[in-house]
Design a protein around this ligand. Sequence first.
Ligand SMILES: *Cc1c(COP(=O)(O)O)cnc(C)c1O
Length: 398
Amino acid sequence: MSLANGRPYLAIPGPSVMPDAVLRAMHVASPNIYEGDLPVMVAGLIGDLRRVARTEGHVAIYIANGHGAWEAALSNTVAPGESILVPSTGRFGMGWADTATGMGIDATIIDFGRKDPIDLDRVAEALKADTGHKYRAVLAQHVDTSSSVRNDIAGLRRVLDDLGHPALLMVDCIASLACDVFEMDAWGADVMVGASQKGLMVPPGLGFVFFNDRAAAQRAQMPRVTRYWDWNPRSQPEMLYQYFSGTAPTHHLMGLRASLDMIHAEGIENVWARHAHLSRAIWAACDVWGQGGPLSLNVPDPANRSHAVTALRVGAPNGTKLREWTASKAGVVLGIGLGMSEEHDPDGTGFFRFGHMGHINAHMILGLLGVVEAGLIALGVPHGKGGVSAAAEVISQA
Ligand SMILES: *Cc1c(COP(=O)(O)O)cnc(C)c1O
């Protein structure tokens, strides 16, 4: 017997839950791409994307996932043979560095492990040692989705400014955009990348690169930028096809229109506050469960935790068993432990993650936590009693 039949819940860090309004917006016939509503709608998206990113800067949209946005950002700013600095706090830091390496860019990684945030002093040391200013950019994850660490982006800006280092600050907000507080202009990010399938609640397939005038000036010095990745026509189009270097991703754009309408109707500050409050409910449950067994939050200090994704350890192979149980018995798919292999657990079966980004509310999070508690009981994984009640306590303070 299974209790999974009913509306399924994909509680992984992307793709996220899609709102009915987004699905409905996409369920229409192919639109006219030459004239009419679509070109007008696309022009209107730009300002609404900027409002989510909190920037007055430029934006280029790519038909790509996050990996495409990574490559797009680098293609416009760092030439083959040039160097970048990558303070890494998990699998995604390593991933962006690897994209750069594949483009012939020399990436120096500072590895902060899989649960600690970027140590600004160590970044300052590395930049201070770079007296010839060979680093053209510093690449950082706002939230690393594998470890669920959230990094201090404004702090990185201060480090660069204090040293007078000209490297661009390039930030990966793919997991955090429209979930965690992020202020592109106020925090001094020069380039920011996002993607559609996380906080923006749209299917995977759109990548966003936001950039300011400093980044545009670095783009102007590039010896060559390949046509498809060039952000210039995309950010200053005269015709619809120039936004996308070809046919517009029509239905993704309709979904995005609906999602941006939802975000701005709620208000981005309220969206951030909802994610923060629901995160506290999740952590409260996990703290209680952890008091009587092997479960623990991967990031010890709440100040360094994402409000969009939570990585947990629960002892091998309990992570995998729990995921199987919640999917088959309760209709909830949990995220795998990503990049969490250890010597005694090469497949990372002792880890799992909650995605809590985008279209999520109190009843979904309480349902998620209730199902996990049921799974811990069913599998005989020792845990402290009262996790769901602790979460309800937090929710009650709404
Ligand atoms: C999801 C994610 C990516 C990769 O996105 P894809 O769409 O899978 O290519 C990169 N960085 C972060 C922080 C992410 O959360």
